[in-house]
Ligand binder design. Structure first.
Ligand code: AMX
Length: 426
């Protein structure tokens, strides 16, 4: 291509028309297909110089079997809209992500039993690594990442499915241990009872006084299901798969994914969101509107609104508003987010630059967690991480099984030298 042209270069990402054994029930809207053909292959995307240094935004790099995100209808797990799954047992949804179908009654029981048995073989020595940390040191997400890495040291088998299910089964005890140690309460005082179910066992091990365990359990079960997966390209999932593509261990890959999730632009937004709601401190419509306008004037984000991919209210937000009406209808923070849900889209919608002025997944999650007894927002991202361990492990397994078991090749996107001039030492 000659100089002076608007496109510096163009590359075509091509794919066989039917590359994936998994058939999606419908093509998600906004997939942006370019239907022209190149050498008999469907041209999916044209890359121009504008895509450089844009964080790979929107560039197709692979296929995902666990979930897809429709910009208007949100995430679907193996074709099921996430809102339809919100009330299911988290264990059944994990089965879905791994097997690409929902379990029947017997399979559901067997799978819960399998997870419980795996949990019983918890290498408790790994938890002692966490005991050596100072309770006040670092963010809880650092502890989660270290804890997962320590579990990997103790028990990696190299079988991705076994390692993934082992890790999933150990998350309740790992999470309870992090919460207790950081709170200065020592290791769990009661024996683990994994047959109770993952969330139930976590609440049991946590042993918090003065909370309604049923409300806490109910909220966490929904939270876990809603956060398990969100397509293949979100930062934490992509990171986990990229690390795994070099055949790093499942534990090392997931630990890396947790580090990716810990960033304030990614998973840690749910922490910021409750802090934001508490700063508003009112549910009066006029006062909330005035607050939102002042924040925008000060160039601060309106947390809980907007999304990189979604172009409507996130159904995961709708599911949490529904749950909030049941578990904490009179909670002042819940009243505030209900007002925000009406006011903020109206105000943000005045700015044509904002692609999606509607509520995202983070709008109500912190409010609900706080209402059921988790009063420290810096722990919220660990719940997000716990949920994602399932989706990311399932995606890593899918990638390792690709190409007849040879696995997806090691990730290697191309970076172009900003300045290819060769320099020599004098
Ligand atoms: N408040 C203030 N400004 C916003 C905004 C919001 N809620 N949503 C978008 N904008 C601004 C962007 O910062 C951007 O400004 P810029 O051109 O000056 O950089 C402009 O509007 C266009 O943004 P966009 O194309 O609509 O969205 P994006 O993909 O650049 O950003 C997101 C998406 C989520 C980072 C952004 O909407 C945001 O900051 N929201 C508030 C924080 C939040 O709730 N994050 C959680 C997201 C869900 C998740 O991934 N966990």
């Amino acid at each position: 291509m000659s100089g002076g042209q608007s496109l510096l270069f163009s590359i075509f990402w091509v794919l066989h028309t039917h590359p994936c054994p998994y058939t999606e029930p419908s093509v998600p809207e906004g997939r942006g297909l370019n239907l022209s053909e190149e050498n008999g292959k469907e041209v999916l995307f044209e890359v121009t110089e504008d895509h450089l240094d844009s964080g790979l935004r929107g560039i197709p790099v692979g296929t995902c079997r666990t979930s897809f995100v429709d910009p208007k209808k949100g995430v679907h797990y193996c074709g099921y809209p996430v809102g339809d799954l919100a009330e299911m047992d988290p264990e059944d949804v994990i089965f879905l992500l791994f097997e690409k179908r929902l379990p029947n009654r017997q399979e559901s029981q067997d799978f819960r039993h399998e997870l419980a048995q795996r949990a019983e073989r918890m290498p408790t020595g790994a938890l002692r690594v966490l005991e050596s940390l100072t309770p006040s040191s670092g963010h809880p997400m650092d502890w989660l990442s270290i804890g997962i890495q320590a579990l990997g040291l103790a028990e990696t088998t190299g079988d991705i499915r076994a390692d993934g299910l082992n890790l999933i089964s150990r998350m309740p005890e790992l999470m309870a241990t992090i919460f207790r140690l950081r709170g200065g309460r020592g290791l769990p005082e009661v024996a683990s009872e994994p047959e109770l179910g993952m969330v139930e066992n976590f609440v049991h091990l946590l042993g918090m006084d003065g909370v309604d365990a049923n409300r806490m359990t109910r909220t966490l079960r929904v939270f876990l299901v809603l956060h398990m997966d969100h397509g293949g390209g979100n930062l934490s999932t992509f990171t986990g798969k990229a690390v795994a593509s070099g055949w790093a261990s499942l534990y090392g890959s997931i630990s890396s994914a947790m580090n990716a999730l810990s960033g304030p632009l990614h998973g840690r937004a749910n922490q910021s969101c409750l802090e934001f709601v508490q700063r508003i401190g009112t549910s009066d419509e006029a006062e909330v509107e005035s607050f939102v306008r002042k924040e925008l004037a000060a160039r601060r984000p309106i947390y809980g609104f907007g999304h990189a991919v979604l172009r409507a209210e996130d159904p995961r937000a709708a599911a949490q508003f529904k749950l909030g009406e049941e578990i904490c209808p009179d909670d002042p923070n819940f009243q505030t987010v209900k007002t925000l849900r009406v006011v903020a889209p109206r105000v943000l919608g005045e700015n044509p630059k904002i692609s999606n002025p509607n509520a995202n997944v983070d709008i109500a999650s912190g409010t609900l967690l706080n209402a059921v007894g988790f009063h420290k927002p810096d722990y919220y991202t660990t719940f997000f991480g716990w949920a994602r361990v399932a989706g990311i492990s399932a995606q890593i397994l899918d990638e390792r099984n690709a190409r007849g078991g040879r696995g997806t090749p090691i990730y290697r996107p191309k970076y172009i030298a900003a300045d290819p001039t060769i320099r020599r030492l004098d």
